[in-house]
Design a protein around this ligand. Structure first.
Ligand SMILES: [Zn+2]
Length: 249
Protein backbone atom coordinates (compact mmCIF):
# COMPACT_ATOMS: atom_id res chain seq x y z
CA UNK A 1 0.00 0.00 0.00
CA UNK A 2 2.03 2.81 -1.20
CA UNK A 3 5.53 3.86 -1.61
CA UNK A 4 7.56 4.52 1.45
CA UNK A 5 10.57 6.18 -0.08
CA UNK A 6 11.11 9.54 1.47
CA UNK A 7 8.36 9.08 3.98
CA UNK A 8 8.74 11.30 6.96
CA UNK A 9 8.79 9.67 10.32
CA UNK A 10 5.71 10.63 12.25
CA UNK A 11 6.52 13.57 14.45
CA UNK A 12 5.04 14.18 17.89
CA UNK A 13 2.05 15.78 16.26
CA UNK A 14 1.17 12.61 14.41
CA UNK A 15 0.08 10.82 17.54
CA UNK A 16 -2.01 13.71 18.60
CA UNK A 17 -3.72 14.01 15.27
CA UNK A 18 -4.60 10.38 15.02
CA UNK A 19 -5.67 10.19 18.63
CA UNK A 20 -8.21 12.84 17.83
CA UNK A 21 -9.24 11.16 14.59
CA UNK A 22 -10.14 7.93 16.25
CA UNK A 23 -11.45 9.30 19.50
CA UNK A 24 -13.83 11.49 17.57
CA UNK A 25 -14.45 8.74 15.09
CA UNK A 26 -17.15 7.31 17.27
CA UNK A 27 -18.91 10.54 17.91
CA UNK A 28 -22.07 9.58 16.13
CA UNK A 29 -21.98 5.87 16.80
CA UNK A 30 -24.62 6.01 19.49
CA UNK A 31 -27.07 8.29 17.77
CA UNK A 32 -30.16 6.70 16.39
CA UNK A 33 -32.06 9.45 14.70
CA UNK A 34 -31.61 12.34 12.38
CA UNK A 35 -30.24 12.92 8.97
CA UNK A 36 -27.07 14.52 7.78
CA UNK A 37 -27.60 18.14 6.85
CA UNK A 38 -25.78 18.06 3.56
CA UNK A 39 -25.27 14.50 2.62
CA UNK A 40 -23.36 15.16 -0.55
CA UNK A 41 -22.95 12.74 -3.38
CA UNK A 42 -22.08 9.17 -2.80
CA UNK A 43 -18.35 8.71 -3.05
CA UNK A 44 -18.05 4.98 -2.84
CA UNK A 45 -18.15 2.32 -5.47
CA UNK A 46 -14.93 3.18 -7.20
CA UNK A 47 -13.05 0.24 -8.57
CA UNK A 48 -10.41 -0.57 -6.03
CA UNK A 49 -6.97 -1.30 -7.25
CA UNK A 50 -4.46 0.56 -5.17
CA UNK A 51 -1.17 -0.09 -6.86
CA UNK A 52 2.27 0.46 -5.51
CA UNK A 53 2.37 4.00 -6.79
CA UNK A 54 -1.17 5.04 -6.05
CA UNK A 55 -0.28 6.79 -2.84
CA UNK A 56 2.67 8.54 -1.35
CA UNK A 57 3.01 9.24 2.31
CA UNK A 58 5.84 11.65 1.80
CA UNK A 59 3.94 14.88 1.97
CA UNK A 60 3.11 15.11 -1.72
CA UNK A 61 -0.31 13.51 -1.56
CA UNK A 62 -2.96 15.85 -2.85
CA UNK A 63 -6.50 16.12 -1.57
CA UNK A 64 -7.70 14.54 -4.81
CA UNK A 65 -5.34 11.59 -4.37
CA UNK A 66 -6.46 11.17 -0.81
CA UNK A 67 -10.11 11.12 -1.81
CA UNK A 68 -9.32 8.52 -4.42
CA UNK A 69 -7.47 6.35 -1.91
CA UNK A 70 -10.32 6.73 0.53
CA UNK A 71 -12.79 5.70 -2.17
CA UNK A 72 -10.63 2.68 -2.94
CA UNK A 73 -10.69 1.68 0.72
CA UNK A 74 -14.48 2.10 0.80
CA UNK A 75 -14.93 0.00 -2.35
CA UNK A 76 -12.80 -2.76 -0.87
CA UNK A 77 -14.78 -2.62 2.38
CA UNK A 78 -18.09 -2.88 0.52
CA UNK A 79 -16.95 -5.92 -1.39
CA UNK A 80 -15.43 -7.47 1.71
CA UNK A 81 -18.54 -7.18 3.84
CA UNK A 82 -20.85 -8.11 0.97
CA UNK A 83 -18.93 -11.38 0.64
CA UNK A 84 -18.81 -12.05 4.38
CA UNK A 85 -22.54 -11.47 4.74
CA UNK A 86 -23.22 -13.70 1.75
CA UNK A 87 -21.11 -16.42 3.38
CA UNK A 88 -23.54 -16.28 6.29
CA UNK A 89 -26.60 -16.30 4.04
CA UNK A 90 -27.29 -12.63 4.59
CA UNK A 91 -27.44 -9.66 2.33
CA UNK A 92 -25.22 -6.69 3.06
CA UNK A 93 -26.45 -3.16 2.58
CA UNK A 94 -23.42 -0.89 2.03
CA UNK A 95 -23.04 2.20 4.15
CA UNK A 96 -25.13 4.81 2.39
CA UNK A 97 -22.62 7.56 1.86
CA UNK A 98 -19.07 8.60 2.52
CA UNK A 99 -18.90 12.35 2.72
CA UNK A 100 -15.77 14.52 2.75
CA UNK A 101 -16.29 17.96 4.26
CA UNK A 102 -14.19 21.02 4.86
CA UNK A 103 -16.23 23.32 7.10
CA UNK A 104 -17.54 23.03 10.63
CA UNK A 105 -21.26 22.27 10.59
CA UNK A 106 -21.26 21.50 6.88
CA UNK A 107 -22.45 17.99 7.71
CA UNK A 108 -24.53 17.12 10.71
CA UNK A 109 -25.24 13.86 12.47
CA UNK A 110 -28.45 13.45 14.40
CA UNK A 111 -29.05 17.20 14.33
CA UNK A 112 -25.57 18.12 15.54
CA UNK A 113 -23.10 19.75 13.20
CA UNK A 114 -19.82 17.90 12.90
CA UNK A 115 -16.81 19.97 13.90
CA UNK A 116 -13.70 20.26 11.83
CA UNK A 117 -10.83 17.85 12.51
CA UNK A 118 -13.08 14.88 12.75
CA UNK A 119 -13.99 11.57 11.17
CA UNK A 120 -17.09 9.69 12.14
CA UNK A 121 -19.56 6.96 11.40
CA UNK A 122 -23.00 8.43 11.97
CA UNK A 123 -25.61 5.76 12.61
CA UNK A 124 -28.37 8.36 12.43
CA UNK A 125 -27.89 8.76 8.69
CA UNK A 126 -25.78 5.64 8.09
CA UNK A 127 -22.84 7.52 6.65
CA UNK A 128 -19.16 8.12 7.24
CA UNK A 129 -18.02 11.74 7.15
CA UNK A 130 -14.51 13.11 7.41
CA UNK A 131 -12.82 16.48 7.38
CA UNK A 132 -10.82 16.00 4.24
CA UNK A 133 -8.10 18.60 4.76
CA UNK A 134 -7.38 17.41 8.24
CA UNK A 135 -7.47 13.75 7.21
CA UNK A 136 -4.95 14.47 4.48
CA UNK A 137 -2.68 15.98 7.13
CA UNK A 138 -2.90 12.86 9.29
CA UNK A 139 -2.42 10.67 6.25
CA UNK A 140 0.74 12.50 5.29
CA UNK A 141 2.18 12.19 8.76
CA UNK A 142 1.23 8.66 9.67
CA UNK A 143 1.23 7.02 6.28
CA UNK A 144 -1.14 5.57 3.75
CA UNK A 145 -1.67 2.15 5.30
CA UNK A 146 -3.23 3.80 8.28
CA UNK A 147 -5.98 5.24 6.09
CA UNK A 148 -7.22 1.69 5.61
CA UNK A 149 -7.27 1.18 9.35
CA UNK A 150 -9.31 4.34 9.91
CA UNK A 151 -11.82 3.53 7.21
CA UNK A 152 -11.91 -0.10 8.31
CA UNK A 153 -12.65 0.93 11.88
CA UNK A 154 -15.44 3.36 10.97
CA UNK A 155 -16.92 0.93 8.48
CA UNK A 156 -16.92 -1.73 11.19
CA UNK A 157 -19.19 0.47 13.30
CA UNK A 158 -21.68 0.43 10.44
CA UNK A 159 -21.44 -3.35 10.29
CA UNK A 160 -22.02 -3.59 14.04
CA UNK A 161 -25.24 -1.63 13.58
CA UNK A 162 -26.33 -3.98 10.80
CA UNK A 163 -25.65 -6.99 13.00
CA UNK A 164 -27.42 -5.43 15.97
CA UNK A 165 -24.27 -5.58 18.09
CA UNK A 166 -24.46 -3.22 21.00
CA UNK A 167 -22.18 -3.77 23.94
CA UNK A 168 -22.70 -2.20 27.33
CA UNK A 169 -19.35 -0.49 27.27
CA UNK A 170 -17.85 1.70 24.59
CA UNK A 171 -14.53 -0.05 24.91
CA UNK A 172 -16.04 -3.39 23.85
CA UNK A 173 -17.60 -1.80 20.80
CA UNK A 174 -14.30 -0.09 19.95
CA UNK A 175 -12.00 -3.06 20.40
CA UNK A 176 -14.31 -5.19 18.28
CA UNK A 177 -14.20 -2.51 15.57
CA UNK A 178 -10.40 -2.60 15.74
CA UNK A 179 -10.47 -6.38 15.33
CA UNK A 180 -12.86 -6.10 12.37
CA UNK A 181 -10.61 -3.48 10.79
CA UNK A 182 -7.71 -5.89 11.20
CA UNK A 183 -9.69 -8.71 9.59
CA UNK A 184 -10.72 -6.46 6.69
CA UNK A 185 -7.10 -5.59 5.97
CA UNK A 186 -5.61 -9.02 6.72
CA UNK A 187 -8.15 -10.91 4.60
CA UNK A 188 -7.67 -8.52 1.69
CA UNK A 189 -3.92 -8.95 1.92
CA UNK A 190 -4.36 -12.74 1.93
CA UNK A 191 -6.63 -12.57 -1.10
CA UNK A 192 -4.19 -10.33 -2.95
CA UNK A 193 -6.56 -7.36 -3.14
CA UNK A 194 -4.19 -5.29 -1.04
CA UNK A 195 -0.46 -5.44 -1.08
CA UNK A 196 1.46 -4.34 1.95
CA UNK A 197 4.64 -2.45 1.40
CA UNK A 198 7.56 -2.89 3.69
CA UNK A 199 6.92 -0.86 6.80
CA UNK A 200 3.12 -0.95 6.57
CA UNK A 201 2.77 -3.28 9.54
CA UNK A 202 4.99 -0.99 11.58
CA UNK A 203 2.79 1.86 10.46
CA UNK A 204 -0.24 0.10 11.91
CA UNK A 205 1.65 -0.51 15.14
CA UNK A 206 2.79 3.09 15.39
CA UNK A 207 -0.68 4.35 14.64
CA UNK A 208 -2.35 2.06 17.15
CA UNK A 209 0.17 3.02 19.81
CA UNK A 210 -0.75 6.62 19.14
CA UNK A 211 -4.49 6.07 19.52
CA UNK A 212 -4.42 4.15 22.80
CA UNK A 213 -6.18 5.68 25.76
CA UNK A 214 -4.28 7.36 28.53
CA UNK A 215 -3.28 4.58 30.97
CA UNK A 216 -5.20 6.41 33.72
CA UNK A 217 -8.45 6.35 31.79
CA UNK A 218 -10.88 3.91 33.41
CA UNK A 219 -11.77 1.18 30.94
CA UNK A 220 -15.48 1.54 31.68
CA UNK A 221 -15.51 5.29 31.04
CA UNK A 222 -17.72 6.53 28.27
CA UNK A 223 -15.45 7.11 25.31
CA UNK A 224 -12.84 4.55 26.35
CA UNK A 225 -11.37 2.86 23.32
CA UNK A 226 -8.73 0.72 25.01
CA UNK A 227 -5.08 1.09 25.84
CA UNK A 228 -2.49 1.01 23.10
CA UNK A 229 -1.76 -2.60 23.97
CA UNK A 230 -5.43 -3.62 23.90
CA UNK A 231 -6.01 -1.89 20.59
CA UNK A 232 -2.92 -3.37 19.02
CA UNK A 233 -3.87 -6.84 20.28
CA UNK A 234 -7.39 -6.54 18.90
CA UNK A 235 -6.28 -5.26 15.53
CA UNK A 236 -3.66 -7.95 15.01
CA UNK A 237 -5.95 -10.69 16.30
CA UNK A 238 -8.28 -9.80 13.46
CA UNK A 239 -5.45 -9.21 11.03
CA UNK A 240 -3.98 -12.68 11.63
CA UNK A 241 -7.08 -14.77 12.32
CA UNK A 242 -9.83 -13.01 10.40
CA UNK A 243 -13.32 -12.42 11.74
CA UNK A 244 -13.45 -15.60 13.81
CA UNK A 245 -11.29 -13.73 16.30
CA UNK A 246 -13.68 -10.80 16.61
CA UNK A 247 -16.61 -12.39 18.43
CA UNK A 248 -19.27 -11.45 15.91
CA UNK A 249 -21.16 -14.55 16.95
ZN1 LIG B 1 -14.74 3.67 16.98
Amino acid sequence: MGEKAGRRRPGPLAGLLVAVVVAAGCLGGGLDQGEPGQPGPRRSGQPASPGADSTRADGTTSVAEFKQDFSDAVGIAERYWTDRFRDSGKQFRPIRRVVPYTRSGEVSCGGEGLPRNNAVYCSAGDFIAYDVNWSVGAFRQVGDAFLFYLLGHEYAHGVQVRLGIRYNFTIQQELQADCMAGAYIGDNVRSGTLTLAEGDLDEFREGLLAVGDDPNQPWFAEGSHGTAEQRTDSFFRGYENSLDACGLG
